[in-house]
Write a protein that binds this ligand. Structure first.
Ligand code: ADP
Length: 300
């Protein structure tokens, strides 16, 4: 073998060795990148495990990126906890003063007041009840939004849920001169959280009574394979088509109803409760022709 052949052979061996080393290095880097990503996905990524002086540029960049993600995730969690704490404080700290204002308003109304003073005392009572309702509704929506509380759906009979609603709302409807009917197949069932779903349905029924001056309120149930549909129908003022998407927004109140009591949070909260359980809500209505709110509760 001549010198040139020897050099060529040596170069070839060196090239093979270099390729093998490079391949090994690439595999190690990709394995470490993989480990970093796995650790991040499982929530166990700690930057201190990766010594900057021993890792490649790509690993270093990924490590910095993941460190920033971990920090912002931790910050979101801290903010969420603080928000939940603030909401809890607002709810707790306002309960006693509002209860006292309501009590003083009632005591005032029992006094021998002249017409104007009586009217003012009644206003104090009704406005403080509104404030109490508003704070409680905001606390509930925020708790749902921040995940502090979550509905716990379980397979239950829909008729039992409607019995609770009927006992709470029949007398309010009848006092207003409205007839009230409930029809539900005994076998109708769905997956829902009883307490929260009763609250959501209660908001639909409460609205039906509030926005209906004559006629009837009816609740009916239709069972499908995947969903159970609960319809809350009324013969009230109805909702213009242009408003139908907006009514589910927080604090939205229809043009026609500004003179009636309300704060515009009921439908927002109701829809939030139903969607948190995998269900959805639809509305069908026309001005002057009543409204039908359909609540679809999942069955699987
Ligand atoms: P609120 O009733 O306090 O105004 P909601 O969030 O419960 O707030 O409802 C939002 C709006 O949707 C109401 O202001 C009203 O315009 C409309 N709405 C809801 N339910 C009905 C109904 N059954 N009939 C007519 N309008 C309704």
């Amino acid at each position: 073998m001549n010198t040139i052949s020897c050099i060529a052979l040596l170069l070839a061996v060196c090239a093979l060795l270099a390729a093998a080393v490079y391949d090994l290095h690439t595999r190690r880097v990709s394995q470490r990148l993989d480990e970093m990503l796995d650790a991040a996905i499982q929530g166990g990524f700690t930057p201190s495990r990766y010594d900057e002086s021993h890792i490649s540029r790509t690993e270093s960049k990924l490590s910095r990126f993941l460190t920033a993600s971990v920090l912002s995730r931790d910050k979101i969690e801290t903010d969420r906890k603080q928000l939940a704490q603030t909401i809890g404080d607002i709810s707790h700290q306002t309960r006693t003063p509002i209860a006292n204002i309501k009590l003083y308003a009632e005591l005032l109304q029992e006094q021998d007041l002249n017409g104007d003073a009586r009217e003012l005392a009644e206003q104090i009572g009704s406005q403080s009840a509104k404030l109490e309702f508003l704070i409680q509704a905001l606390v509930k929506t925020s708790r749902l939004e921040t995940g502090v509380v979550q509905p716990a759906p379980e397979y239950s009979m829909v008729a039992e849920l409607l019995e609770v609603l009927e006992s709470s709302y029949r007398s309010a409807a009848e006092e207003k001169g409205l007839s009230f009917s409930v029809s539900c197949p005994p076998e109708a069932s769905a997956r829902f959280d009883r307490k929260w779903t009763a609250e959501a349905l209660g908001n639909f029924v409460d609205n039906a009574i509030k926005y209906t001056d004559k006629g009837n309120i009816s609740i009916s149930v239709q069972q499908y394979e995947l969903f159970c549909r609960v319809d809350v129908s009324d013969t009230g003022i109805g909702i213009p088509e242009a408003e139908q998407a907006a009514i589910f927004q927080r604090f939205y109140r229809g043009e026609e109803v500004r003179q009636r009591d309300g704060v515009g949070i009921g439908l927002y909260l109701a829809r939030q409760i139903i969607s948190a359980q995998g269900g959805y809500v639809k509305v069908r209505s026309a001005p002057g022709q009543g409204a039908v709110f359909s609540i679809f509760l999942p069955r699987t």
